[in-house]
Design a protein around this ligand. Sequence first.
Ligand SMILES: Cc1ncc(COP(=O)(O)O)c(C=O)c1O
Length: 380
Amino acid sequence: MIYLDNAATTFPKPPEVLQEMFETYSRMGVSPGRGSHDLAVRCEMYLQGVRRQVCKFFGGENPDKVVFACNSTDALNTIIQGLAEPGSHVVSTRLEHNSVLRPLHHLQDQGVITFDLVRFDSNGFIDPRDIADLIRPSTRFVILNHVSNVLGTIQPVFEVGRVCREKGVPLVLDVSQSAGVVPVDMRAMNVQAVAFTGHKSLLGPTGIGGLVLAEGIEVRPVRFGGTGADSINTSHPLEYPYRLEAGTPNILGIIGLSAGMRYVEREGIGSLHGREMSLARLLRDGLASIDGVKMYCAENLDNHTGVIACNVEGLDPADFSAILDGDFDIATRSGLHCAPLLHQDIGTSPRGAVRFSFGPFNTADDVAAVLLAVGAIAGP
Ligand SMILES: Cc1ncc(COP(=O)(O)O)c(C=O)c1O
């Protein structure tokens, strides 16, 4: 099988990630606790080590401001709901995933916030000046998808960060698609919070993700429960990271996240990205020579990740993907990719498109097989 659905989740995972999950969890897969038995203390110290690793990876300032969550959807819910204040305003974009759009809509429907979304251009990029124009005194934060999960376009975060700094508004970055293939440096980018997921280009398992917060940004707790400390107190603790974590953490996922990040660091983000892009270029060039194939925002692959969305004229994208799967054993993702406004704007709503997305284990042979398959499907 040729797996080209890496933007949904990377598969397979590096064998050393799975091995480390097995070995470390076998040794200390217990509930962490600061003032508890030896093994629990060791597990807590291990968690703190991973918080330091995550903090450094994203250019954060303080490992206590690394908050683990189930995935980026969970992390985004925490930050969006924890920052929103009654009567406040939010600026975001039409590139966003539903994990941003739906929490915003939910808060708007409840009468808590209002929000505005900037458009992207015909190449799939937003203009930071549009963000500046929408910021008003009541704007509580700007939230931006770093890399589009449909188009693969890397958004101009440095410029947006500059705009936000000038306007004094925090910038929240959804790095679900960028973490592991595009460098993320919160301090250099002037980003006050990133929401990440472990199972995409960070090469960890599903079920783990989190937030990294800059100093100075205060997020209200939106979930409450046990934190393993100060149990006499009926209020949830206000100190980080426990302020935004409740319940037993996903130790197995955290081990996998740590191992995945180490794999990424060893291989090098630049090298992983470069390999993906050479495959994406091969695919783009090959698809461009097949009559009846329409690609979206792939003419220029600068500032891009290894994601190509396309359709075959006259063929429903769901059928296109099903034929690739059934007849050619090629796994892709069709439909709206949880980004309904983006598909509206590129003219592919409501049926969407087929997305090919590369991971570290794809090869040029995979691309050759895809081109043969698409040639046969689109052919006369
Ligand atoms: C841009 C973007 N944001 C958020 C998410 C949500 O990630 P998760 O399902 O891991 O929460 C995804 C996943 O596809 C994504 O591509």
